[in-house]
Design a protein around this ligand. Structure first.
Ligand code: SF4
Length: 427
């Protein structure tokens, strides 16, 4: 039984990758806290950083979503940065005050930043020390969200990777789905898998520490997000086995992702079709509504979220667009291979960034739509290009069948707006 989509003739798996290492224009990994703090209901993210980090978080969370009190910043003052104060003692006091005030916190993440890295504050040791002190009530872990080390989706990867070594051990056969998804989308996904008889299903991250799944050599895992290379490596070290698959974006990606799991768990073709037929038809119809605007247009991806390759596959295969360049901060062969097989041959594939060179290429290509970070969008709009902010794709529910139409609409909207403005100007 196979439910796999047909690889694109040629595909992009063997396309030479343009590797660039220059100036980058992306947010740092602290940004991930904005969606992680909503997902993990008994966790707290304590950023050990400067006022700049606090401002970034507050403005990102405050503007984009309703901020709940599940994150904060332990501010490193000038005397800390100058090495005049014992930053460890201050951090311990800060954690003590926080945990005394908030008995609901069961999991505390100490999140490193550029300043904490510059002064070489050892957060791994701090989390061990604090874990011993506050166990078993609170588990203290650490990861880095610093802009020196991470781009904005890597914050989630670093966070999830920090949890893998402390998950309990099991020999039971089970499926683990990895990557933070909005609750409503996660419920849809679990519902479909359970309807196929797949289970037990664990989730990383889980909503509460008590719901955490155990892992071991009989765990198979599917990545729901493409930016989880560190977590993928950490799960491998625990003996779990990866199910390579395209990502669940669009009708085709969702079907292929579910099919990889269905095959692993021996689901029959009849059962698979019975569960997926209706939502597949809904997804195709919803995508078709946006395709009118997108079909025949060109798209250029600057590297930002690591969603670029799966999204380029969706836009080219399901929406009729042509990709001229697909840039990604990193391209992990084992994770991205199935996507590259499906992406039609043709676009330049770029890894990393040298922003000036890439801007020159975009100006030469004059794509109909450019997907980029906030910092590049305004200058490119001023030059007459139509842009879409990559960060919105991470903040908006876009996975699986029921969101496929919304995903296509996210790309169609700026193009419709630009066309309407042109019309207005012409009148
Ligand atoms: S971690 Fe670094 S890049 Fe991110 S807000 Fe703080 S100082 Fe800026």
């Amino acid at each position: 039984m196979t439910h796999s989509p047909t690889p694109s003739a040629g595909g992009c798996r063997s396309t030479p990758v343009l590797k660039e290492r220059g100036q980058r224009e992306v947010f740092c990994g602290l940004t991930g806290i904005v969606w992680l703090h909503r997902k993990m209901q008994d966790a707290f993210f304590l950023v050990v950083g400067s006022r700049t980090c606090a401002h970034l978080l507050q403005s990102a969370a405050g503007v984009m979503i309703f901020a709940e009190p599940r994150f904060g910043t332990a501010i490193l003052e000038e005397q800390d940065l100058a090495g005049m104060a014992d930053a460890n003692a201050e951090l311990d006091r800060e954690v003590e005050r926080l945990l005394a005030r908030r008995p609901d916190i069961r999991q505390l993440f100490l999140v490193g930043s550029c300043p904490s890295e510059v002064i070489k504050l050892d957060l791994a040791r701090a989390s061990e020390r604090l874990s011993q002190r506050f166990a078993p009530r609170v588990r203290v872990l650490n990861y880095s969200g610093s802009g020196i080390e991470t781009t904005f989706t890597e914050g989630e990867d670093a966070c999830l990777a920090s949890m893998v070594p402390v998950l309990p051990q099991t020999d039971a056969r089970e499926l683990l789905v990895v990557g933070a998804l909005p609750d409503v989308v996660e419920d849809q996904m679990v519902g479909m898998l359970e309807a196929m008889g797949v289970g037990p299903i664990g989730l990383l991250p889980s909503r509460k520490i008590g719901d955490e799944t155990a892992i071991g050599p009989n765990t198979v895992y599917a990545l729901a997000q493409p930016f989880l290379a560190e977590t993928h490596a950490a799960l491998g070290r625990r003996g779990a086995r990866h199910l390579p698959a395209p990502f669940p974006f669009g009708e085709e990606g969702t079907t292929a992702w579910l099919a990889a799991i269905a095959e692993e768990f021996g689901v029959s073709r009849e059962v698979f079709d019975a569960v997926t037929e209706a939502p597949r038809a809904r997804a195709r119809k919803a995508v078709a509504a946006a395709t009118e605007t997108l079909s025949g247009k060109s798209v250029f991806f600057f590297p930002d979220s690591q969603l670029e390759i799966p999204l380029a596959r969706f836009l080219t295969r399901e929406c009729g667009m042509t990709a001229v360049e697909v840039g990604s901060p990193y391209i992990h062969e084992a994770i991205m291979g199935p996507e590259l097989d499906l992406l039609p041959n043709g676009p330049r594939i770029a890894e990393g960034q040298d922003v000036d060179k890439q801007l020159d290429r975009a100006r030469a290509d004059r794509p109909d739509l450019t997907i980029c970070g906030l910092g590049l969008a305004n200058p490119l709009e001023a030059e007459g290009l139509t842009t879409k902010w990559a960060i919105e794709l991470v903040f908006t529910p876009v996975h699986f069948y029921e969101q496929a139409g919304d995903l296509a609409a996210l790309f169609a909207r700026p193009m419709r707006r630009k066309a309407a403005l042109r019309l207005e100007a012409a009148e």
